[in-house]
Design a protein around this ligand. Structure first.
Ligand SMILES: Nc1ncnc2c1ncn2[C@@H]1O[C@H](COP(=O)(O)OP(=O)(O)OP(=O)(O)O)[C@@H](O)[C@H]1O
Length: 303
């Protein structure tokens, strides 16, 4: 479990993390979202004791990072996959980490196999592709078999197969009861991977909710009604309009906001309107995220 209370970071005049209070629960994958520069990496760095908070605190399993006896055994992290010694082999990189944290050497062989790098374990990390570097970074996070894991954009540079592998890994780590806190800009991937979401903008907490609740709360559900006959479409549209519902008519389909699908089906039946389709269209995480963060984008092109 990760606990943030009033966590704040200022650089000069700028507050980049602004009073964050939240719990990241065990047994769940928690997606950490926010526009570029929102403060995600800074928050993770404070959890890992790499940056010192200007206010508040961050705890891992109830303790500040610096009080953890064998930190790698309690919290593993992938922050920057490029932060490797290029001349070291993958195996040496991991052995050095293991030995400084009293982790047995055999764990190195295990995690190399877990991330699929066993065949290149004795090659220098400097020759690795971006995706191989990500895998090595993930191996480092898993090394101490920690209960808490943080990944900053772990799928960056991975091919589709690698992306799916990361998704399955995150889920299985959470299924084992671990705390998995993962940042990403890939909304469709987050929708498939995360159970819970934490969204920040300009350092402030914007949302903290299960994925489905977040999408429902930040988007409008729509019902798409396919009405082949124009006269029918007009009749149904008039009736829905009279009921105070908002409707769009593109000449083939009606898109209705604010009414459950059952009600529209019943109305069509009552009016004797022929339907070729009646479907609820739930918003994607991307749509909900865009709605929520529209005012918090710092570096964007304004249309
Ligand atoms: N050492 C530093 N000195 C000054 N400003 C910093 C420092 N580190 C980060 N910042 C600023 O803090 C803000 C938050 O950066 P951070 O990297 O935490 O955002 P992020 O949400 O991880 O962004 P991204 O999605 O682009 O990775 C940015 O405006 C950044 O320029």
């Amino acid at each position: 479990m990760i606990t943030l209370r009033g966590l704040t970071k200022r650089y000069g005049e700028k507050t980049v993390v602004d009073g964050l209070s939240l719990d990241v629960a065990a047994g769940r994958v928690t997606g950490f979202l926010g526009p570029n520069g929102a403060g995600k990496s800074t928050t993770m760095r404070m959890v890992l004791g790499l940056d010192h908070p200007s206010g508040g605190h961050a705890l891992v399993n109830g303790k500040p990072y610096r009080e953890l006896r064998h930190p790698l055994r309690e919290v593993g992290a992938l922050l920057d996959a490029k932060a490797l010694h290029p001349g070291r082999t993958a195996r040496w990189h991991l052995l050095a980490m293991a030995r400084s944290n009293a982790i047995p050497d055999r764990r190195v062989t295990e995690v190399l196999a877990t991330v699929g790098l066993d065949e290149v374990a004795d090659k220098r990390a400097g020759t690795f592709s971006l995706g191989m570097g990500q895998r090595l970074g993930i191996a480092g996070a898993l090394l101490g078999d920690p209960g808490v894991l943080m990944f900053d954009e772990p799928v960056n540079g991975l091919d589709p197969d690698g992306v799916r592998w990361v998704r399955q890994l995150m889920r299985s780590l959470a299924d084992e009861g671990r705390t998995v806190f993962v940042s990403s800009h890939l909304m469709s991937e987050m929708q498939l991977t995360a159970h819970e979401l934490v969204v920040i903008g300009k350092g402030k907490l914007l949302a903290n909710a299960p994925v489905a609740e977040f999408i429902a709360g930040n988007s409008r559900a729509e019902v798409v009604v396919r009405v082949p006959r124009q006269a029918d479409r007009r009749l149904l549209a008039r009736r829905l309009h009279a009921d105070g519902l908002s409707i769009e008519d593109d000449g083939v389909e009606l898109v209705v906001h604010g009414a459950p699908v059952q009600r529209i089906g019943e109305l069509a039946h009552e009016l004797g309107v022929l339907l070729h389709g009646l479907a609820e269209r739930t918003a994607s995480l991307e749509q909900a995220y865009m709605e929520l963060t529209a005012g918090s984008v710092e570096f964007g092109v304004h249309a």
